[in-house]
Design a binder for this molecule. Structure first.
Ligand code: ATP
Length: 351
């Protein structure tokens, strides 16, 4: 069992603005009083008791902490300290200032495959390191790939959110249904034993996107996807080969992160391969469209959850719904796919 500091976090850190929020709480900027150094604080609400369905079990927080402690790598968010109170745990982590990689790319006029590969290599190095420790992230998606600082010439990738990550034990089966519909691997949807390969099912552009989550999941399991010519006309044959070797339903056949780093698209063997790569570019029109749709879906989920909360609270106020019933109804939402749920809001409003 991890030992978290029992002192008051505010004695050591001044709590600043909200940087983001997740399913189980908020991330805020914090200032270390002793040194004046800025960090980020991830505030995680703890489950009050075994029967409650709100908040995180302490065991899950311990797992996230233990995993972050063992993942010290330049492309993975670093953990500095952990504080615990009766109601929450605060992870003090490295402050990541550059926002999401996809937002950074979407602002650009053009992106060559060479430039894209510089980012991809960093992601693959972080993933390969994590997998070498038999840890799988299980929620790799654009929202969790950030930049340390976007103002420098070669921005540095940082992977975040190890809330679903799991240390796999050889010989032990691990199954889970968690993840985000657009990016989820077929073996997760089919509730099969999982391995590090589930992290390698990352198409980035999610060609499986359906009209709704149910259709998206069906497309993934049925391997229904299309690489339309208009989007991929500028893409090199090697890039397509690389993507196809990751979009393989059988997890065992999928490239590993180490294999990806050796693929000729990432590591060209000949001058011709290198030249092909630098002549090709990413289709920015379709990328911007994808990113806008992704952002729209994120805000839609947020509004959907807020409206639901508001309606339920209204029912509660009108006495047509008692507090336990409100909690039960909200808890039912936890069975929805993760990206259809909303974080902290539930806890803060119910407290
Ligand atoms: P989820 O519900 O997606 O699992 P979570 O509760 O585990 O989320 P995170 O994804 O870790 O929380 O963080 C939520 C948001 O806070 C991120 O999307 C990001 O915008 C911001 N964030 C997280 N970590 C940092 C950091 N170290 N520095 C700056 N911002 C961060």
């Amino acid at each position: 069992m991890s030992q978290f500091k029992l002192q008051n976090v505010e004695d050591y850190y001044e709590i600043g603005e909200v940087l983001g929020s997740g399913h189980f709480g908020q991330v805020r900027a914090v200032l270390e009083r002793a040194s004046g150094v800025r960090w980020a604080g991830k505030f995680l609400k703890l489950r009050r008791n075994a029967s409650s369905r709100l908040g995180l079990e302490r065991l899950s927080v311990e797992r996230e902490v233990e995993i972050l402690q063992s993942l010290q790598h330049p492309n993975i968010m670093a953990l500095r300290d952990v504080f615990e109170s009766r109601a929450e745990v605060v992870l003090i982590v490295e402050l990541i200032c550059g926002g999401e990689l996809f937002d950074f790319i979407a602002e650009k006029e053009s992106l060559s495959e060479d430039e894209a590969i510089e980012f991809l290599k960093q992601i693959l190095k972080g993933v390969a390191f994590m997998h070498s420790k038999h840890i799988a992230h299980f929620d790799l998606k654009p929202e969790n790939i950030m930049l340390a600082d976007k103002t420098v010439p070669h921005p540095h990738i940082k992977m975040i959110d190890f809330g679903l990550a799991h240390r796999l034990t050889p010989g032990e089966e691990y199954m889970s249904l968690s993840g985000t519909p657009q990016y989820i691997a077929p073996e997760v949807i089919n509730y099969e034993p999982l391995s590090e390969a589930a992290d390698m099912w990352l198409s980035g552009l999610s060609p499986f996107q359906g009209e709704n989550d149910e259709e998206t999941l069906k497309n993934i399991v049925g391997m229904i996807y299309e690489f339309e010519d208009i989007y991929f006309s500028q893409t090199s044959a090697m890039a397509k080969d690389f993507i196809e070797k990751l979009l393989i339903k059988d997890a065992v056949e999928r490239m590993t992160a180490e294999e990806c780093l050796l693929h000729p698209w990432i590591k060209p063997l000949t001058r011709k391969q290198a030249a092909n790569r630098s002549r090709s570019s990413i289709n920015m029109k379709s990328f911007k469209k994808f990113n806008a749709k992704r952002k729209w879906k994120m805000s839609y989920n947020m509004v959907w959850a807020c409206n639901r909360l508001f309606r339920l609270q209204l029912q509660c106020k009108n006495r047509s719904l008692e507090q336990p019933e409100l909690v039960r109804k909200l808890s039912m939402d936890w069975s929805r796919p993760r990206d259809m749920m909303l974080s902290g809001l539930y806890y803060y409003h119910l407290d």
